[in-house]
Design a protein around this ligand. Sequence first.
Ligand SMILES: [Zn+2]
Length: 446
Amino acid sequence: MDSASGEVAPLEPRDAGRLSVYLCGPTVSGPPHVGHGRVTLVWDILRRYLTWNGLDVRFVSNVTDIEDKIIAAAAEERMPAEEVAARYERLWWETTDALGVARPDVAPHATAYLEEMEELIGRLIAGGHAYEGGDGVYFSTSSIDGYGLLARQGLESLRAGARVEPAEEAGKRSPLDFVLWKRAKPGEPSWASPWGEGRPGWHTECVVMSLGLLGEGFDLHLGGLDLAFPHHENERAQAVAAGWGFARRWAHNGMVVDERGDKMSKSVGNITSLPGLLQRYEGRALRALVLNAHYRSPMAVTIDALDSAKGTLERLDNFAREAREWPTVGPDASVLARFRWRMDDDLDTHGALSVILGAVRDARAHPDRAPALAAAVRECCEGALGLPLAFQEEGLDPAVAELVRQRDASRGRGDYREADALRDKLVEMGYVVEDTPAGTRARRAR
Ligand SMILES: [Zn+2]
């Protein structure tokens, strides 16, 4: 759904066959939380699906490596701000890799775009859209028409709801105005500018990075719903004031909530961070959970929900393992068509997942069609959704294969104590052990 018009609109690329996409990336001031997991997964799924459909997707997502929160973390951890940013950026990529999220084609850093930001701020001041206040440069939100488009509210109601500003932003003329350049306090990281030593405002970096890398009128600007206002609105306002064509479409994903439906970005059970969650669940489980929800709806991430997503995955993996023995044929066309029909309807991944699970049921009921149905399930999951399944036998380490053989032998003798001990040993080595009619199956825990 296009957040600017409030309607589901067709995606018509600026350049035929290509899609230019910008996703607001992380501020690297701490470990990623569960909300970050959802944002990256939702848009990774969209990107993979569009690519699978033959579009050439150029995906840009920034890294905010200078911001108040990084400075605060640096003070707390008693280390330079650049080190804090570098450390949490490393953790960010490790975590998103573990989630199976493809890295962006370009991941620009805010600190590499100081010159462009300075140019934009100069242009806004010259055009009468920005002014110098007590402690920096501010954007005048009343200087453009249509401020509040993405908040889907007019200027008046936004002004009435604006929070009381802290004293340090006392230089503002209106509570809705926002900072473009913030003068540095002693000891803070800073860059020289015509408006004194300081650092850029967060809203300014995305404007210059998205337009710099994707060009005017790029296709799609993405992010979490919490960024629609004020962050995205303020990006848009600057582009409008500068006279530049900005994103043609906007899409926002819903927030992660707890079991009571309250916004939650930190704790699931007693797990407080995304890396913590990934120690307990494989990345595929969170992807399955994300697929099961509509991207615009709030999504509860609870232990029960994760366990149920894990159960869905197990069902799919078991089916994929059975399918290893089946002949290779082309994918069932009607499953692919129904899958596409769901996905093309505002990314209805929940519906698409039902099509996939329906194909698994059909394969059980109609063995003659099973190979084609399995090929379609594989195509949809692995090709379009980024969800690899157990279609291929993982090569087992010979030592592991030997333990598996020994366990089957001890079970054959009825020596269940030894069989249990061997299972424990395999689990300790990082394997998931299953008893199947064909004997012990071990696969690496992901
Ligand atoms: Zn942004």
